[in-house]
Design a protein around this ligand. Structure first.
Ligand code: EPU
Length: 417
């Protein structure tokens, strides 16, 4: 298992080009199951999760051409997403809606919990039932089938991101009109809807909490450029913030990170929004802030760990409070940050972070994707050398992070074991 070795204490400065968003790419690639025509991307992210998804889709009958970056599924070969493939990546659940829409049946292994929470899929399943599917759970698998999917009205208990996408991808080929309420408004959901519209789907209201869909008989192919990854974007800004640096990230899709940029500004950073980019100029000492994670447009849970790392070295005359409301166990980075000298108290879903004068380099263990990013950010500031173990978590969603950090002046190397 690879690790990253970082010598902290360097001020980071420069421009970073942000690659395509993993959490947009995963559902977008699954759209290839909805049509027999080619679905093509100009900037597919080169991260481990997309690799896992390609293997799963191939199993289902989707051919991928490296040369043209096209996915094509002339016919579905199998409607079963096996445990072996789903356990490697929870997002595999995203094949459920498209398989059911095209083949009227699907068998998908239950994704199960993960390091950050239980992560049930009950809302996905209730919504599919509302569309007319019969759902049975047996031997760890979801068995979904339908004579036909029919438009319906369904209110989601919570605006789940992949749940919303699963339901939309099922409803676009259903008979008649569907109205989903309390849907997720994340930019990734909006992008999937825009791509579906380009494929011939009839969708209105995406970006709001109520989506209206008129079912169509078939969908066309797609040629698409995926939006920049807003979570990688905020991660690099956090690297600038903690090191007292100056970082400009591009391309920026306006209004996708307002809650985060506002917190950086409250922390004392100067934020300059330009056309297509954001420049962050950090002060020598950050101010403590309070925030709570929430569905979009609130503060993203996927950025909580990175901002917490920054706040570990904020002005010690106050304290920051961070409340995690989306996942029940998303403070895995806390114990590792403490090992680097951070002063963090956790009670339930509330973390109180008191800034310390300095962090010290240590060997720390990454436990999930965003926790890995948090430890890297802390290591960039810490005195001495840190080793971040198990960076395979990081490789699931960050592309060439160490190269990008080196270009900004960081001293980072990967050790392959
Ligand atoms: N939930 C339910 N029932 C459901 C679905 C969700 O109770 O049927 C709960 C979850 O347990 C959780 C909350 O609702 O407590 C939110 O979960 P959501 O379904 O929105 O998360 P997700 O769709 O599984 C996506 C991202 C996550 C990101 C969350 C929240 C992808 C592939 N994953 O997960 O990304 O944290 O939305 O924004 O899009 C990451 O990239 O590091 C990551 C974990």
């Amino acid at each position: 298992m690879d690790s990253l070795v970082i010598s902290g204490g360097r001020r980071l400065e420069g421009k970073v080009e942000i690659p395509a968003a993993k959490n947009a790419a995963l559902p977008l690639v699954c759209l290839s199951l909805l049509t027999d025509q080619a679905v093509k991307f100009s900037n597919l992210p080169n991260v481990a999760d997309i690799g896992h998804l390609k293997v799963l889709l191939n199993d289902l009958g989707v051919n991928f051409s490296e040369a043209s970056q096209e996915f094509k599924c002339s016919e579905i070969r199998s409607t079963k997403a096996t445990y072996d493939l789903v356990r490697k990546m929870r997002a595999s659940i995203l094949v459920l809606g498209p398989l059911l829409a095209r083949e009227k049946k699907a068998e998908v292994s239950m994704p199960g919990g993960c390091a950050i929470g239980e992560r049930p899929v009950d809302i996905h399943l209730k919504g599919l039932e509302a569309l007319g599917a019969t759902i049975k759970l047996d031997a760890g698998y979801i068995h979904a089938s339908a004579a036909e999917l029919r438009g319906c009205r369904f209110v989601l208990d919570f605006p789940t991101v992949t749940g919303t996408i699963n339901l939309i991808t099922a409803a676009v080929l259903a008979k008649g009109e569907t109205c989903f309420e309390n849907v997720a408004r994340e930019p990734e959901v909006v992008e999937v809807c825009d791509a579906l519209i380009k494929m011939g789907a009839k969708i209105e209201g995406h970006g709001s909490s109520r989506i209206l869909i008129q079912g169509v008989d078939r969908l066309k192919g797609l040629d698409w450029t995926i939006q920049p990854d807003r979570i990688q974007f905020l991660t690099y800004l956090a690297c600038g913030a903690i090191t007292g640096g100056e970082i400009e990230c591009y391309p920026y899709r306006k209004d996708t990170l307002n809650a985060v940029l506002q917190k950086f500004a409250e922390m004392g950073c100067e934020i300059v929004e330009k056309t297509g980019s954001v420049l962050l100029k950090a002060p020598s000492l950050l101010k403590p802030v309070d925030f709570e994670t929430a569905p979009f447009p609130g503060f993203p849970t996927d950025g909580q760990a990175q901002l917490m790392a920054c706040l570990t070295v904020a002005d010690s005359s106050g304290a920051s409070t961070i409340r995690e409301t989306i996942f029940e166990n998303r403070f895995n980075h806390v114990s590792e940050l403490r090992r680097m000298g951070a002063d963090i108290e956790v009670t339930g879903n509330l973390a109180v972070v008191k800034g310390v004068k300095s962090l010290s380099g240590a060997s720390v263990m990454a436990s999930d994707l965003r926790a890995s990013a948090s430890l890297i950010i802390a290591a960039l500031k810490a005195k001495g050398e840190s080793t971040i173990l198990r960076v395979y978590h990081l490789d699931r969603g960050y592309e060439k992070l160490e190269d990008r950090l080196r270009a900004l002046g960081a001293q980072v190397r990967r050790e392959r074991n």
